[in-house]
Design a protein around this ligand. Sequence first.
Ligand code: EPZ
Length: 427
Amino acid sequence: MTQYYSIQGGRRLEGTVTISGAKNAAVAIIPAAVLAGECCILENLPAIQDVQTLKHILSRMGAQVDFTRGDCMRVDPTAIHTVDATFPEVSAMRASYYLLGAMLGAYGEVELALPGGCVIGPRPIDQHIKGLRALGANVYIDESRNVVRAQASKLRGAEIFFDLVSVGATINLMLAACKAEGQTVLQNVAKEPHVVDVANFLNMMGASIKGAGTDVIRIQGRKKLHGCSYAVIPDQIETGTYMIAAAATRGDVIIKNVIPTHMEAITAKLLESGAQIVEGDDGREFYLRVKMDGRPRGVNIKTAVYPGFPTDLQQPMMAYLTTASSNSVVVENIFENRFNHVKELRKMGASISVSKRTARIRGVEALRGADIHATDLRAGAALIVAGLSASGETKVRGVEYIDRGYEHLEHKFNALGASITRIEEEM
Ligand code: EPZ
């Protein structure tokens, strides 16, 4: 059986939606919990496939991992009995690479299946390996088995200057370095909100990490960390997806449980395109209201590391811009191959030409429904946005990618007036 989404498009989104915990923070914080050596309670986790996969991975290694309620997980690593993480679930997701830093820090050893995840171009982990070696780990890639092995009798603090800004390498090095002897200085690091969230979690466990959110992170290693309770931040990319969908359907949506400062690059571009955006605080949480009338104006986007426009929203934003009243240019600076959604949008009537990392969009009056295929998570989000705004029925295949990162997507959109049905069909 496979599943696809059937979307009856052309409905204006209206109402209120609440954002879930951040996927890219959660997928680092769950493996990071093994560093505590004691039980941790993780709250505000999104109900997504990647979280389930990590639960299975840690459980298979001996940890006791349970959901105590929908969004709350208890991770007790004390019974972990193996450093072997070479089974298939590990290579099924990219973020399993956080077990490198976490297991090295906690147990001095790990053997890990090389990470898979979304197909968005080559995604090397050379910066992770360079950093871990600088801390004194022996890291060896066994290409015949597609496995990376890392071992260190003792991790020692070091100065590491990354060759490029990498979210994964920054977080992995924070994980290992918080148990290394002495001080580690990480330079040219990623500043994404989830990097700061992971640092806050580690500090709650007794680590000493300063500077997360700036270009330099200083970590004073600790012999021992301890358990804690921690609530994950709201998802910046899920927030952006609903902001863009609201504008794409010429809707009026209040998006709750958000951190508006994390959204500034997206807010700026949506405002430039003609959307109205209001930031508010209802006394309990921050919200954003996004309202749009008529066709947007074309805008130019260049993806960049935080606080620039996030690569993860490039694809949904492009779907929105396909019906702009003027042309747009989108430059993808982070990943080499993140235009897989373009050919699908063209099936819906979009006019987009691509040359290397640049896409030029000639706005058309409207999109029409089509049978289209998501090839990765955010391509899936783009096709959902396109389907919601198109006339007629759109079938979006590749639902398994979307399930990796969006909690209850069809329920949340349908509560805003969309019509999305998950359909099972024989293969
Ligand atoms: C994280 O991936 C996110 N994944 C991605 O989200 C996100 O697109 C990306 O950061 C950029 O913000 C998780 O957090 C699990 P990078 P990551 O290391 O860590 C190159 C989504 O849809 N690079 O910051 O893998 C790399 O090839 C996903 O939610 C090296 O060359 O991204 C890329 O071009 C997809 N060597 C650039 O750096 C390295 O050792 C940025 O990658 C590491 C990275």
